[in-house]
Design a protein around this ligand. Sequence first.
Ligand SMILES: N[C@@H](Cc1ccccc1)C(=O)O
Length: 515
Amino acid sequence: MSENINKIINELHIYEKKLLKELEINENATPEEIAEHTGLNIKSVMSAAGSLSSKGLITVKKDLQEKFSLTDNGKKYAEIGLPERRILKVLQDRKQLAMKDLASLENLDKKEVNISIGWLIRKSWAKMDKGVLSITDVGESSRDKLGEDESLLNTLIEKVNLSKEQLDEDMAKGLSALKDRKNLIAEEKITHHSFKLNDLAKEILDSGFTIEEEATQLTHQQLKEGSWKDLKYRPYDINAEYPIFFPGKEHPLRRIIQEIREIFLNMGFTEDKGDYLESAFWNFDSLFQPQDHAAREMQDTFYIKNPLTCDLPDDELVENVARTHENGGNTGSEGWDYTWDVDIARQSVLRTHTTGISTQRLAEGNLPIKMFSIGRVFRRETFDYKHLPEFHQVEGLVAAPGINYQNLLGTLKEFYKKLGFEVRFRPAYFPYTYLSTECEIYLEEKESWIELGGCGMFRPEVLEPLGINTPALAFGLGIERLAMIRYDLSDIRMLYKSDISWLREVPLEEGIDFD
Ligand SMILES: N[C@@H](Cc1ccccc1)C(=O)O
């Protein structure tokens, strides 16, 4: 025996050996037959065949067979005739039929009548004129130019499970016409596999080999008696199929939030917390947002009934804010030039952003401050692929002498870089900052830029009434959109769907893909 043959035999898996032996006896055996004779399951037969074929020992042939049979509806028409033919029979007798005659035909419902009229005209069996159907010469002769008639249906019914090869040309034409009609013909595609031994396999079979059962599991008995020493063991098959398992894991949105938290902590920020329920005073007024500002409208903001109003901070602070709105107060600005209303400031809102936390901290006056805060915000948005009425923001505030706009851009650039995002900055407008900037990222799939969040240097109109005279940078960045991009979701709503299929496939840790 040549060394090469020997080597191939040694490397044969027991299933491959079984398959080869079986093909030696009957080369025409189907995979099902082989499975039955060898006691292997079909999957193992097919995987052994695949492996033998990749080693060049056998050739695997695939035959696709298309089979046709009649549906219940098809069977009915085979028996009583296609509806248009039933009308044709009446037409041949009466030559003309008005719509109301059609409606009263026996055995035909309204739907069938409508379908039939279409077919009668398409087959040129009848013409329709002013609601009257009249027979044509083709109709008189009942010639069916499509070749689809009951006789074909009858042929089909006789030969249930007809395969394509069994059809002559006319039948094939008729069948394809019938297939175009709804719910007459059922079609099934079956793939047949057959195997052929190549010369190398024959050589191997000629040189002979034995099929030794291989041990996969040891018994207590074998260990006790020592017979385990003489067993032939099945080698590990690292290519064997394995069950896919989905370990429990943190939701990706929670993970990115945690990552954001760690980044800011590492950059020397301290974490802060605010409340979902906020007074309009902190959410809007303290941010120099005039009381008739569009964002305050009912359609943009959720107002709360219970409690209907919130307490305001001490009078002096409220008074300072009021004056700044009305005439600029001590800021040198002209303010918004209207009469500020304390009742509007008392309204309870679900915070529309986390920026109210920043003004509250500034008002407390413990400077310098470098804080961030992560939490939900609420806006009356209409759902779409990039909008949710409830989402998370990370707010940031740095206030200390010497802080400037460059520090702001640098901080955000660094933050996004650490998260693995490349963003662009665009000039923007917020009533409470100057200079103001928006961060955007490019969405390949939508071929457009989407906004990730806003930032800027708080205006004197914000700082002065709070008693702050150092510069302060602030930012408020959306988190869901980051998750959407990170996890390649085409729709932000996926983050809140209970459909877990994509969640299952999200790798446990970034960069690790188990496929
Ligand atoms: N609050 C703004 C973002 C922002 C925060 C701080 C300063 C400037 C802008 C928003 O929600 O879009």
